[in-house]
Design a protein around this ligand. Structure first.
Ligand SMILES: NC(=O)c1ccc[n+]([C@@H]2O[C@H](COP(=O)([O-])OP(=O)(O)OC[C@H]3O[C@@H](n4cnc5c(N)ncnc54)[C@H](OP(=O)(O)O)[C@@H]3O)[C@@H](O)[C@H]2O)c1
Length: 369
């Protein structure tokens, strides 16, 4: 009996920077190496602000595959009939405009985190996606990885009890003194700073453990924050924020920094009455987790401990690509795992963190206010 053919999803890639490279390398891996047999990814077009860069990218990342069309503009990819959906890997403050153009061309969208510069832009984008009937997802790749899926099911299984406190940090030393002020991490015109770039990662663990916790009933948390800005350009270098979920009740204490190393950092500790789940740094791609069970609730005496290591073939970006392909195949306009509500929640939190820290993006950067 002939086996069922996998669903083929044809990607157009917008931009040729660091993360577009990571995404395409993973998308081109044979999905069977991660046990996936129902979907396959093809890259059919790459768009860059210069056609030479688009071709260089195809040569370097896709072995010069002649079937991939190099476009000297993003518009060329949006108009390309061989593209089902686009991956948007431009700096944060371009996501909205790029996604609007793609939606108007009736392409499905996977847009890098943070989905937009602010909540108002995301609301407007989702309304447009709905009007045109296209799928849209923020590229919150960590949520689709094996450790996130395992942690979610351990919490659901219930032996740890209800979550009480989440500590999570993501830091990276971007060598601020020695990079140009126009670098996307420093330039406020590109949404520079820690909260929009690294903030999504401590946040994803709070969303998994607290926002998704059944008794929270998808309620938004109360937010407090404190920022330290770099004198170089005024973007936030060090950000701490708390999320309080009164319905559980539980809290998250989260931080992100762009001038200290991530390695050796604290990662995440998810604390429950009956034990802990410990996730090592870096939080965007954990390759193990440890679960500790106390001898009785609240004792802090670890009776049983299990560390589970996971093998990941590739860089871990492909899991989200599989989700997009499956959702589009099944006629969905959003993911059930990382749905629009979670991207809206993230943007709402980031807006509030910036408001409390008085980090205002330069005039004209935000397309919708
Ligand atoms: N998921 C993850 O793990 C992850 C990791 C890093 C970054 N990201 C996200 O991905 C996005 C891009 O980050 P990146 O590190 O890939 O940045 P990057 O290396 O600087 O690449 C950004 C690309 O965007 C295009 N672009 C369009 N307008 C631009 C402008 N005004 N200035 C600079 N580049 C512009 C350029 O491609 P062309 O010249 O080809 O047009 C450039 O190569 C950010 O939103 C970031 O949050 C995600």
């Amino acid at each position: 009996m002939a086996s069922q053919q996998p669903f083929v999803f044809r990607w157009g890639i917008i931009s040729t920077g660091h993360i577009a490279t990571c995404f395409v390398k993973d998308a081109l891996l044979d999905p069977r190496t991660r046990g996936v047999h129902d979907v396959v990814h093809k890259v059919t077009a790459v768009g860059s602000r210069s056609v030479e860069n688009a071709q260089k990218f195809i040569d370097a990342v896709a072995g010069g595959d002649p079937s991939i069309k190099a476009h000297g503009s993003y518009a060329g990819v949006f108009a390309d009939p061989n593209v089902d959906g686009v991956y948007i890997g431009t700096p944060h403050t371009y996501h909205y405009l790029n996604a609007v153009d793609a939606i108007k061309a009736k392409k499905h969208i996977l847009v890098e985190k943070p989905a937009t510069s602010n909540l108002a832009e995301l609301r407007s984008l989702l309304a447009l996606a709905k009007e045109h009937g296209v799928f849209l997802m923020e590229a919150m790749w960590t949520r689709f990885q094996p450790v996130a899926l395992a942690v979610r099911s351990i919490i659901d299984e219930g032996s740890l009890g209800a979550p009480v406190m989440i500590h999570a940090d993501l830091s990276h030393d971007f060598d601020l003194e020695n990079i140009p002020k126009s670098h996307r991490i420093l330039d406020p015109h590109l949404g520079g700073g820690a909260i929009l770039d690294l903030g999504p990662y401590p946040l994803v663990w709070a969303i998994i453990a607290l926002y998704e916790y059944p008794s929270n009933k998808n309620s938004a948390p109360i937010v407090t924050s404190s920022l330290v800005k770099t004198p170089l350009t005024g973007v936030d270098a060090n950000t701490a924020f708390t999320l309080t979920f009164p319905a559980i009740p539980a809290q998250a204490l989260l931080s992100c920094n762009i001038n200290i190393p991530g390695s050796g950092g604290p990662g995440a500790t998810l604390r429950f009455r009956n034990g802990n789940i410990i996730i090592p740094s870096p939080l965007f791609l954990p390759k193990s987790y440890t679960v500790q069970w106390f001898d009785r609730p609240g004792s802090g005496v670890v009776q049983r401990e299990e560390t589970v290591k996971v093998d990941i073939v590739g860089g871990g970006w492909h899991y989200q690509a599989d989700e997009v392909a499956r959702c589009v195949r099944d006629g969905k306009t959003q993911s059930e795992v990382w749905g629009h509500d979670k991207s809206l929640l993230a943007m709402k939190i980031f807006d509030e963190v910036r408001r409390q820290g008085d980090y205002v993006l330069p005039e004209g950067v935000e397309q919708v206010l």
